[in-house]
Write a protein that binds this ligand. Structure first.
Ligand code: C2E
Ligand code: MG
Ligand code: MG
Length: 651
């Protein structure tokens, strides 16, 4: 007995401290097996009705009616749809308490009525069979309930007492020794049942807590596996799952699905200039902002590196444009890192389902194409997918495969565009311009095929061929006119470049001083130290270097002091503006003066009119190039032109 009391105290304590979710599961267990409740209620009510009918006692008839009514109410409550489904998943603490109270009220009322019915049968009838029926039904019910409701031990124990104590009282009240003995046995039985209930509760509680901890751990691990470690937003796996789920739900829905695929512009520069921690801080800051704004509307994921994707539901494509605008704005807000403000911009590709893709793969591919286009057309902007992009990519793929055998098939040839001294009188140099005449696609512009050659890596082989061929042509000119070859950033990074140049010079006998190599600014942005070293290596061979297209993109005057260039080519965009824009005149004038002070020559390219040439003469740049003076021409034409020049010079 003392151990039972201490266990009761323990149960009271543990019942007070169990987690809300565990309590909810235990309360749910009361409703877990409605069949047993229905069988118990129907059987005991049926016995009560029989006992009442046979005895004809008014109290018993009233008791049987009350029992049947309560039984019906409890059956209705037990057979209602499962609680969690009805309440939409998780229930609040209040709902759980209410549910438990409803069950408790029904259970105690029924147990009390059953106990009272047993007591009345013992006091109001003398029929031994009826008494046997009432007592066994009540005690059987009490025993069943002690096991069934052990998940909520207070309910089970109260039911046990409410049902059996009146029967014990009824048996004792008859002052019959045999009945008294039965009362004692039932009393002991109740104590034993209480023990069993408490033991069962312990087992149920441990199992419930254990399985919940396991479920919580599994949920935590699953969430962790779907999160990007650095930024905390969804990772590629979670993004893919969500996208597939969104597509499955899209069906005939009256909304569209927009994917915004963004890539930070020049993120590498931030990493290189301020370090990886700064780069990470920038990614985290941007991810947090995007998630705050769009996390609730859809999914924000980091797909790797500096790439993010956002998927959300929209009513019409116009909405995708405003989201794109907002993303650009969010990315452009600076991120603080150790007292420094980090700035970034993004390029965004947008594709909208179902128009731009009826499955996740197509939509992603098209968003990627649009992103490529956004980057290509200036960065810091968004681009919608257009079917024409597919054609461009398809053509690019075919050109890449055609390019593989193009050198062997002799499809490449060189044109030469003369560069004149400022008076336009003498040719000082010729720029080599590569041409490709493909067997299937005909003439392909270098503006189209050079990037393809760069991304396929073929540019190194093709570029080496250009250097060799240019040197060969120039060595046959019979004058000291220079030859200028365009160099791709990939060639500049190639460790074999000095060897390629030396071999070309050695094989053709061209003096190193007559070769110039032109590189564009983009080369300087990527790997500053590497670029400086490569340019110095070229200069150490006595080969000249030219900064091409100066003034486009991200020009910085600091390039002029940091990088070893002997010549500066002013981009043709300034030259074409010379006639209309006084600002362009001032810019060209400044560039020419600055370059002269730094000991560099200046070449103005893209001269198309006499007026432009006149204007340039006033700025005193060193050399001029353009269709107005001479278009790019074949090797034989340039040979003839230079031979003419030579004759005139002699004459
Ligand atoms: P770039 O080095 O700036 O070459 C000058 C481009 O301007 C050439 O176009 C030339 O034909 C064009 N041009 C010359 N004068 C005028 C003019 O008065 N007005 C206008 N509007 N344009 C003029 P092209 O031959 O189509 O070459 C385009 C670009 O392709 C070149 O720009 C260069 O970046 C690249 N490229 C050409 N050949 C090679 C090569 O052998 N290797 C590498 N890596 N790139 C090359
Ligand atoms: Mg050039
Ligand atoms: Mg140029």
């Amino acid at each position: 007995m003392p151990s039972l009391l201490s266990r009761l105290r323990r149960v009271r304590h543990s019942d007070q401290v169990i987690a809300a979710q565990v309590r909810a599961t235990l309360v749910e267990s009361l409703y877990a097996s409605p069949q047993s409740l229905v069988i118990g209620a129907v059987a005991s009510s049926a016995i009560a009705v029989t006992v009442a009918a046979v005895s004809g006692d008014g109290w018993l008839i009233a008791g049987a009616v009350a029992l049947t009514g309560t039984a019906l109410a409890r059956i209705v409550d037990a057979l209602r749809p499962p609680r969690s489904a009805r309440d939409g998943g998780q229930k609040s603490g209040r709902q759980v308490k209410h549910q438990e109270l409803v069950y408790l009220t029904g259970a105690l009322s029924y147990s009390m009525l059953l106990g009272m019915f047993g007591l009345l049968t013992l006091t109001n009838t003398n029929d031994g069979v009826l008494q046997l029926l009432a007592v066994t039904t009540t005690i059987g019910y009490a025993a069943g309930i002690a096991g069934r409701n052990a998940g909520r031990p207070w309910i089970a124990l109260s039911q046990l007492c409410c049902a059996s104590v009146p029967v014990i009282v009824g048996l004792l009240a008859s002052f019959d020794p045999l009945k008294a003995e039965l009362a004692v046995v039932i009393g002991l039985f109740v104590v034993a049942m209480m023990n069993i209930t408490l033991q069962t509760y312990d087992v149920i509680l441990k199992a419930t807590v254990g399985s919940m901890e396991k479920a919580a751990l599994a949920e935590y691990n699953a969430a962790l596996a779907r999160r990007d470690d650095l930024t905390g937003v969804a990772n590629r796996t979670a993004f893919r799952e969500q996208l597939e789920a969104d597509f499955a739900a899209l069906g005939e829905a009256d909304y569209c699905l927009a994917i915004h695929w963004l890539d930070l512009d020049r993120f590498k520069e931030i990493n290189d200039s301020f370090g990886h921690f700064a780069g990470n801080a920038l990614l985290c800051g941007i991810a947090a902002r995007l998630n705050e704004t769009y996390g609730g509307r859809g999914i924000v994921a980091r797909l790797g590196g500096d790439e993010f994707a956002i998927v959300c539901r929209i009513r019409h494509p116009g909405e995708a444009a405003s989201i794109g605008q907002e993303i650009l704005r969010l990315v452009e807000q600076p991120v603080q890192h150790h007292g420094r403000l980090l700035h970034a911009t993004a390029s965004i590709g947008i594709a909208v389902a179902p128009t731009d893709g009826r499955d996740p793969d197509t939509l992603l591919k098209n968003a990627d194409l649009a992103l490529y286009r956004a980057k290509d057309s200036g960065r810091g902007q968004f681009c919608f997918y257009e079917p024409v992009m597919d054609e461009k990519v398809e053509r690019g793929r075919h050109l890449a495969s055609e390019m593989k055998g193009a050198l062997g098939r002799g499809e490449f040839h060189l044109l030469f565009q003369p560069i004149f001294d400022l008076h336009g009188a003498a040719v000082v140099s010729c720029e080599v311009l590569l041409r490709w005449n493909n067997r299937r696609y005909g003439s392909v512009s270098p503006v189209e095929f050079i990037p393809i050659a760069e991304s396929s890596g073929l540019i190194v082989e093709i570029g080496s061929w250009v250097i060799r061929e240019a040197c060969r042509s120039a060595s046959g000119w019979g004058t000291d006119v220079n030859v200028a070859v365009n160099l791709s950033p990939i060639q500049l990074r190639s460790p074999d470049l000095p060897a390629v140049i030396m071999n070309a010079l050695a094989a053709t006998g061209l003096t190193a001083g007559r070769l110039e190599l032109e590189v564009t600014e983009s080369v300087l942005l990527e790997d500053v130290e590497g670029a400086i070293a490569a340019l110095k290596a070229i200069n150490s061979l006595d080969v000249g270097t030219t900064l091409d297209d100066f003034g486009t993109g991200y020009s910085s005057l600091s390039y002029l002091t940091r990088f070893p260039f002997q010549t500066l080519k002013i981009d043709r965009s300034f030259i074409s503006d010379l006639e209309q824009s006084p600002a362009s005149v001032a810019i060209v004038q400044t560039i020419v003066e600055l370059a002269a002070k730094l000991g560099m020559r200046t070449v103005a390219e893209g001269i198309e009119t006499q007026a432009q040439l006149d204007q340039l003469r006033r700025t005193r740049c060193d050399a001029v190039q353009g269709y107005f003076l001479a278009p790019p021409m074949s090797a034989s034409m340039v040979d003839a032109m230079l031979a003419d020049d030579k004759v005139r010079a002699r004459g």
